[in-house]
Ligand binder design. Sequence first.
Ligand code: CA
Length: 239
Amino acid sequence: MFISSSYPFVILGLMTDKLVLLIEDEQAIREVERAYLEQAGFRVMEADNGKTGLAMALATRFDLIVLDLNLPQLGGLEICRQLRQGGSLVPIVMLTAKTEEVDELIGLEAGADDYIKKPFQPQVLIARVQALVRRWGHKTLHIGPLTIDQATQAVTKNGQALRLTTTQFNILNALASQPNHVFSREQLISQAYNEGMDRDIFDRTIDAHIKSVRKIIEDNAAHPRMIMTVIGRGYTFED
Ligand code: CA
C-alpha cells in the first residue's frame, strides 16, 4: 500500500503537544501512519470505523484529523460535513484510494483542508500534516477590539493584554474563529477541553466559563456586545 522512500525522513521540529486523530479502517495503514506521526512527535488516537471516529472527533479537541474516505458505518465525506456543520475548524486531511472515483473537489467542498491519494509516501502525509498544523496553530484573529493569537494564546483588547486561562481561551477562540455561528454548549465543551479531562461537565459549567470570559473581554459583562446568548441554542460571537 505504501511506497517506501529511498531518501531519509527529515523531522521538521517535533510537535509533542499536538494530538492527531486517525480515522482509518485498514489496520496496516493505520499502523504506518501512527508510526510516522509519532516519529514526527505527534500524539495519536485511532478509530477503525466512521461512527467511532466522528464520536471521538466531537468529544475531543484534536489538532488535526487524518480521515479515510471509504469507511465502514459512516463515510469520510459525511464525517467531514458533520464536523463543519457543527462548527469545528479542525484541519482535516482526507485520504482516498486511487480506485475510488471521487473528485478531489468533493472532498474539499465537504470541508477537507487537504487531500492525498493512496498509495502515498508517508513522508508526504507527514509534510502536509505539519504544514496544516503550523498554519492552524499560528493564525491571529482580529475581531472587534480583540486580537487573538492562536499560537501563543495571547489576547489583547485595544492593544491591552488580557489574561485568560486555557479553558477560557479555548472557548473564546472557538467562538471568535467563527463569528455569528451559534455554538451549542456541548460544542463549546468539546472545543474547550482536551482529552483526558473529566467529560462529566454540565451546561452550567460552560455558562460559568462564558460569564468569566465576558468579565475579561466585555466593557460591561452584564450587557455583553461580543459573546451573545442565543436562547435555547447556545452562544455566538457577534462580529
Ligand atoms: Ca478505507
